[in-house]
Design a protein around this ligand. Structure first.
Ligand SMILES: *Cc1c(COP(=O)(O)O)cnc(C)c1O
Length: 371
């Protein structure tokens, strides 16, 4: 069936552009793990990985084993690291699919080792250490006993040791420095115990862009690949291009007198004779309800304010000041039109969140079109 005119356009040229800008940021012996968790932040993990793999992307990072399985099923051959770790019931499949687990507890390591032994192979794992995030990972005091125990597992190889920044996007690098210091201490301990991990990684997009000391020999960018900046102060520091745009078309137009209420709860009432456009996009598509009366869309290259409450499947905007607006006109919810643009960061700011959540929130019922 032909779809309604609401879609996500993914600009694969912009994705490649951002990948090359990342490459320019790092030294020749530093690799890139493209973070494609959560369906590549809503951009389509299989498609994004398929674009990046031929460009020489070294690793793909996913949050969970299911995401890795999907990439393998689509033919992605590069190493895939499961950043959130694998559950005991996933160990068998993770090994069969050649996914690389991040590990932070010995029980999982034992299961992986046992399964690897059965298959007669040595399984690479990446060991996560917690240098201040307070999430997953070995605390500094747990590092020595953990690695001592690892020596007892013959079918495990530590390919990488990694940690994660709490606030690398901050201008004040005080806490990041502290984390890096803890990480260096841990790496010393690991090496003293006889381990020589091939990769050391800690840098997300913010650190890739703004904290050279933390690059080591592998970076793990996510948001930058998709053309958004991890913080407003970093905007423009690297010339990124937004990859995602969200477009729809005017479904219906109403010429309304002054005093005409629009939408649930009558939160907007026209103050003048107005032209109100209804758009076939709502919060079920990932257009946040928080944007009710608090966002713009682009129609004929002009900003039109969203008025009334955003509904589940529709939203209304005021096109009184957009001369000639008609049913069927293209409406840009996120992206550019005739030189005007609305970024994910702008939408996120108005919705009280971050671009990451706006991207991830674009729901599965909105078709992705790759250009
Ligand atoms: C999501 C994630 C990243 C990528 O973060 P960005 O800010 O999107 O670059 C890197 N490392 C880990 C462990 C993550 O979970």
């Amino acid at each position: 069936m032909q779809t309604r005119p609401t879609s996500v356009i993914i600009d694969t040229g912009a994705l490649k552009h951002n990948f090359f800008r990342l490459r320019e940021l790092i030294s020749d012996n530093t690799g890139i793990m493209a973070v494609v968790k959560a369906n590549a932040y809503g951009h389509g993990d299989v498609e994004v990985a398929s674009v990046l793999e031929p460009l020489g992307c070294d690793f793909f990072g996913v949050a969970m084993a299911e995401e890795g399985a999907r990439l393998r099923a689509s033919g992605i051959a590069r190493p895939i690291v499961v950043l959130g770790g694998v559950y005991p019931g996933q160990v068998e499949d993770a090994i069969a699919l050649d996914l690389t687990p991040v590990v932070f507890d010995l029980e999982t390591v034992r299961l992986i080792d046992e399964r690897a032994k059965k298959s007669g192979l040595i399984k690479n794992v990446h060991v996560k250490v917690d240098t201040g995030m307070g999430r997953i990972g070995l605390l500094p005091g747990e590092v020595t006993p953990f690695f001592e125990s690892l020596k007892g597992f013959r079918n495990i190889a530590v390919e990488a040791v990694l940690s994660h920044f709490v606030e690398a996007e901050n201008e004040d690098k005080g806490f990041s420095k502290k984390q890096l210091g803890v990480f260096f201490g841990i790496l010393d301990t690991v090496r003293r115990l006889g381990f020589a991990p091939r990769y050391i990684d800690m840098a997300n997009s913010a650190a890739a862009m703004d904290y050279r000391d933390a690059h080591f020999n592998l970076i793990r960018p996510g948001i930058m690949l998709y053309g958004a900046y991890p913080a407003a102060r970093l905007a423009g520091k690297v010339a990124l291009k937004p990859v995602m745009s969200v477009r729809t078309r005017i479904l219906s137009l109403k010429r309304a007198p002054a005093g005409f209420p629009v939408g649930y709860g009558r939160t907007f009432v026209t103050k003048r004779e107005s032209v109100i456009a209804t758009l076939p996009i709502g919060y079920a598509d990932g257009f946040p309800r928080r944007l009710s009366g608090n966002a713009d869309v682009l129609v004929r290259g002009a900003r039109a304010p969203v008025v009334g409450t955003v509904c589940m499947d529709m939203a209304m905007c005021d096109v009184t000041d957009v001369p000639g607006a008609e049913v069927g006109d293209e409406v840009v919810v996120m992206g550019s039109q005739d030189g005007e643009s609305i970024t994910a960061e702008e939408i996120a700011g108005k919705a009280g969140t971050i671009s990451y959540e706006i991207f991830c929130g674009v729901s599965a019922r909105v078709p992705r079109i790759y250009v």
